[in-house]
Design a protein around this ligand. Structure first.
Ligand code: F0G
Length: 362
């Protein structure tokens, strides 16, 4: 019988402390596909699966945490929430706040978030304010506002966000029957890295997983504070979602790395874009550049000989490609992709496609 997914708070009610009396603000998040990726398995010799978080209601994994954060905020009587964002958190906060009938104020770095995400925040009636600064400046202001004014902070420094996001690890274990050997994931504030580690550790404690995967987190080369071990003052990368120089969950991430025999690596922009193209062109999954770093990270570690043949590997791809589509329309050398144009003649189209007429059947 078909099972209609009810969102993470209802699906995992017992584990997220939800009762009949709880407020639930949901747009049906979670329950995203975990897809085999034969093209990546072939390239690496591992057994590779992709957790496609772009399939959430606002197109990113943020919805898993936002349903919890907004539900708790409303339960506590909040009339307004606030967040700093590189785009996806603001899209999600605005959508869930709209659904709950409250206000979301969102602070984003001016000119540095993808157009799709900007339009989501506006479409959902977010009070969008562009800050002349970077994400780290936005987060500092959001925290100060939440400390001194009646607005409820819904960035991942709010523990409700991590609680919701850890459900993705539950889903992976449910589909695979155990945790994988390796988990690859993009890292910005390191909230999601922390969330998956927690989710997997809970699954081991419950006895439904036999192991915790080695958690491999990746940052963009120009924005890699965890790899360098110091704050990056002016982070730069095409992967605008993870353009973060001072991760909010720094300490939690180091703890999670050590507990899972994990690792943080850096990947340059060219390899991020090549991985994005590989995933869309050969696996059929279109993700934004920040998400593609999971794929680039796997290729990097496979080349380094770290991934044993047949190892079970899960890649989280965090956000949908339609949010930031411009990169797909660029060639590797930076020139624009120019689609072929012909007259409306079948024979011309056939000729461009290199098709010869099929032989007539008797
Ligand atoms: N991937 C995408 C698509 C993101 O939007 C983010 C973070 C990350 C990965 C990294 O996750 O911060 O938990 O390590 N985006 C935040 C935002 C910062 O504002 O949307 P993290």
């Amino acid at each position: 019988m078909a099972h209609l997914w009810r969102g993470v708070l209802r699906e995992y009610a017992d584990r997220l402390g939800v009762t009949e009396a709880s407020t639930v603000v949901t747009l049906g998040e979670g329950g995203t596909p975990l897809l085999p990726a034969p093209a990546l398995s072939q390239r690496t010799g591992a057994d590779v699966w992709v957790k496609f978080e772009g399939m959430n209601p606002t197109g990113s994994f943020k919805d898993r945490g936002m349903t919890v954060a907004l539900s708790r905020a409303v339960e506590h009587g909040a009339k307004a929430v606030i967040c700093a964002s590189t785009g996806n958190t603001s899209a999600s906060a605005a959508a869930y706040a709209a659904h709950a009938g409250i206000t979301a104020a969102v602070l984003v770095p001016e000119g540095k978030i993808a157009m799709g995400k900007l339009s989501q925040a506006v479409a959902h009636n977010g009070r969008l304010i562009q800050i002349r600064g970077n994400f780290d400046d936005c987060l500092e202001i959001a925290r100060e506002l939440a400390d001194h004014y009646p607005v409820h902070l819904v960035n991942s420094v709010n523990p409700d966000r991590i609680e919701g996001q850890k459900t993705a690890a539950y889903e992976v274990v449910e589909v695979l029957g155990d945790a994988p050997d390796f988990h690859f994931i993009p890292v910005g504030n390191a909230g999601n890295y922390t969330a998956y580690s927690r989710g997997y550790r809970e699954e081991v404690a419950r006895g439904v997983a036999t192991r915790v995967p080695r958690m491999f987190g990746f940052q963009a080369e120009g924005s890699a504070p965890l790899v360098r071990g110091e704050v990056v003052k002016n982070p730069e990368t095409v992967a605008s979602a993870i353009r973060i120089g001072n991760p909010a969950s720094w300490e939690l991430a180091l703890e999670a790395r050590d507990a899972t025999d994990g690792w943080f690596g850096a990947i340059d922009d060219a390899r991020i874009l090549a991985a994005q193209k590989l995933l869309s062109g050969e696996v059929g999954i279109f993700v934004e550049p920040a998400s593609a770093i999971s794929v680039a990270g796997l290729l990097d570690r496979a080349e380094a000989g770290i991934i044993p043949a047949g190892a079970k590997v899960v890649l989280t791809v965090t956000g949908h490609g339609l949010k930031d589509p411009q990169w797909a329309l660029r060639n590797a050398d930076g020139s624009d992709v120019t689609p072929t144009v012909v007259d409306a003649e079948t024979s011309e189209v056939a000729s461009v496609l290199g098709l010869a007429p099929a032989e007539a059947t008797a």
